[in-house]
Design a protein. Structure first.
Ligand code: BDP
Length: 658
């Protein structure tokens, strides 16, 4: 049991139904897959697969109705029928009632896309599950069977798009020799309803095209992109479009030539337009300026609202800093009124213990999607701002940075598979609850025995909050070790280094207190939020305590809602995080009778690491912050087992490769 089957295991099924029990007109590679899944795994009554033009408004959604002697799945698209088949297989696998089905499913977003941060040399930026799945050297001649397995897994949860390469993009990606390799992947993914997109380097015209510059207003540059795009579509007729990281963390962009993000994005949008392609232009921009990093994307993009072509979508990280275990939602959501916006989540656990820590991200994704921006009055959640509800959008999308590599179990940790699953399910239907998603996943991946499902689900559902507790409670953020972002380094302050890359910039600990003052008396980042949030966040009395150190510099002796001082609250929260991980260890050990030995031991060993890491975080942060608070760690809390000076010496060999 190596985990390679993901959630797609149908353990009780010997054989599916015979082909004559599948009623469907027409032939098509996607339908063939749907039928094959049924004949291999479906044990119920006959199934009819109907393409119905009248269901166009469901997009690639579908209906499922159980009739007297058959189940009828209908969709305007073959992909919808395939999704419908995975739906009934999921119901079968989770032991659901199949007799009275009357289901209508319409996806929340048109484009449900994974972003792979994979490099052409096989390494993965922030990847913790081995090397890249894409074997560029072997393509297009040799086709790994995992390409199709990957496509199938995505289709089973409704993911319909993929960016193959790192946002820190190599210009070589656009060379013909690579496009031919991309085509081979696109051909495998197509029948599963998946379109391929590429990250592009803004300097490509200069670097691989030999032009003098890559200025978006230079006619030759525009012509180069036009020709390149035509070439791509000749090779891959249903190519999706470009993802662009420009003028961010050293990447080239239009500002190198005094142009705006809109100039850059529109140049690409214009050449993609005739082919139906789109540009996903990232808002992850900040520079080493005195301005609060949390404010910069908003300041940069707000003046450009309305200047983007209609096939440009601004891709915005869920929070204003960088995929921290908890952030408030990014204030750009809802602020751009005339520009399409999409969320970018991070499934790979860059700031969440890599593939060592068990952290179920459903609750994190939901927290952002359900956040009320108040952009159009109460109820203007991030999901409604991005899914076309509050303003008509030509195309809606949602993305996440993948956690997938070439390790046998795909994601490095068996439980990290749940985060891939959760993203797909929420991209399809952002109304689903974390509870339901976790439940489905557990039953499909392990067993439906409630002695297993209930405790494991409880562990998963609390795991994100637990990670926040032992890493960065109360709105602390970015106190991770430099560069690799694995362990704690709250003391991090490299002389001469970029201030906004240093933990001390974010926590601002001093004799008076802790936290970043983003109120009117500080950076005033709160002003980027719509009323009443600017007030709620801006007032220390009303600011949610789980974000209090994000928005306020709080005195050590400040009285929290439960009557404790800030310092004590901090201590108890770190301690709670540690205790919870210990509980997870106990929970998991009790699960031994229900799990195969291989997965049991794998997860068990990871929990040991997580448990030690939680103590490491607690000791490092409390001992360090104590040098400022000068207050004792409450005596009923487990004492530190490390010396601060020893912790400061830890150097991990975990450099990431840019
Ligand atoms: C940060 C990562 C960095 C990425 C960057 C990005 O540390 O490796 O390149 O985000 O999203 O989270 O562009």
């Amino acid at each position: 049991e190596d985990g390679s089957q993901l959630w797609l295991r149908f353990p009780n099924v010997k054989n599916g139904i015979s082909t004559d029990k599948i009623i469907s007109k027409g032939k098509n590679p996607t339908l063939d897959i749907a039928k094959k899944e049924l004949t291999t795994y479906w044990q119920g009554q006959a199934v009819e697969l109907r393409t119905e033009k009248s269901l166009k408004n469901l997009k690639d959604g579908y209906t499922i109705i159980s009739g007297l002697d058959k189940i009828i799945i209908s969709s305007a698209k073959e992909t919808g029928l395939l999704y419908g088949v995975y739906h009934i297989l999921r119901l079968q696998q989770t032991q659901s009632d199949l007799t009275h089905l009357n289901i209508t499913e319409k996806p929340s977003y048109d484009v449900r896309i994974l972003n792979h941060w994979d490099n052409l040399d096989g390494s993965i930026e922030r990847g913790y599950a081995g090397h890249s799945l894409w074997k560029w050297e072997d393509l297009p001649g040799t086709i790994s069977p995992r390409y199709e397995a990957y496509a199938r897994a995505n289709a089973s949860i409704g993911i319909n798009a993929v960016v193959l390469n790192n946002v820190n993009a190599s210009p070589n990606m656009l060379k013909n020799e690579y496009l031919i390799k991309v085509k081979a992947l696109a051909d495998i993914f197509r029948p599963y309803g998946i379109k391929v997109y590429l990250s592009v380097n803004f300097s490509s015209p200069k670097v691989i095209g030999g032009l003098e510059n890559s200025d978006p207003l230079n006619k030759k540059v525009q012509e180069w992109w036009k020709q390149k795009t035509n070439e791509i579509y000749k090779i891959i007729p249903d190519f999706g479009g470009f993802l662009v990281k420009a003028n961010s963390e050293g990447q080239p962009g239009p500002q190198d030539y005094g142009r705006t993000h809109a100039d850059g994005a529109n140049m690409m949008a214009d050449v993609l337009k005739p082919h139906g392609g789109i540009v996903m232009w990232r808002a992850f921009v900040y520079s080493a300026s005195p301005e609060d990093r949390a404010k910069q994307a908003y300041l940069e993009f707000l003046p450009l609202d309305g200047k983007f072509r209609d096939n440009v979508i601004i891709q915005i990280k869920n929070g204003p800093i960088d995929f921290q275990p908890r952030e408030p939602f990014n204030p750009l959501f809802g602020a751009l009124k005339k520009t399409s916006e999409m969320v970018e989540f991070q499934i790979t656990q860059e700031y969440l213990g890599f593939s060592n820590h068990l952290v179920f991200l459903g609750p994190l994704f939901k927290e952002t999607l359900d956040s009320d921006t108040y952009a159009y009055g109460k109820g203007s959640t991030v999901s409604k701002v991005t899914d076309g509800t509050l303003r008509p959008a030509k195309l809606t999308a949602i993305s996440a940075v993948a956690n997938i590599g070439d390790e046998t179990n795909w994601t490095g940790n068996h439980f990290a598979q749940a985060n891939w699953y959760a993203f797909g399910r929420l991209a399809w239907n952002h109304q689903l609850g974390s509870d339901q998603i976790a439940g489905e996943w557990i039953k499909m991946t392990f067993t439906d025995d409630k002695n297993f499902v209930n405790p494991v689900k409880e562990m998963m559902l609390s795991s994100r909050e637990t990670a926040v507790d032992y890493m960065m409670p109360l709105g602390l953020h970015h106190i991770f070790a430099f560069d690799h972002h694995y362990g704690p380094e709250p003391w991090g302050n490299i002389p001469g280094g970029r201030p906004d890359w240093m933990p001390v910039y974010y926590h601002k600990a001093d004799e008076n207190g802790l936290g970043f003052n983003r109120t009117q008396t500080g950076s005033n980042a709160v002003a980027q939020y719509f009323p009443p949030l600017n007030e709620t966040y801006g007032n220390i009395e009303t600011c949610p305590e789980n974000l209090i150190l994000w928005f306020h510099h709080v005195p050590w002796k400040y009285t929290m809602k439960d009557g404790k001082s800030l310092w004590d609250e901090l201590c108890y929260t770190y301690d709670k995080g540690v205790k919870n991980v210990r509980e997870y260890q106990k929970t998991w050990d009790r699960m031994e009778p229900y799990v195969d030995a291989e997965r049991f031991h794998h997860v068990q060993s990871r929990l040991k690491i997580q448990s030690k890491d939680a103590v490491w975080w607690k000791d490092a942060c409390l001992l360090y912050f104590q040098t400022y608070s000068k207050m004792p760690i409450p005596y009923d809390i487990e004492r530190p087992v490390h010396e601060l000076e020893d912790l400061k010496k830890i150097k991990l060999d975990m450099k990431h490769h840019n």
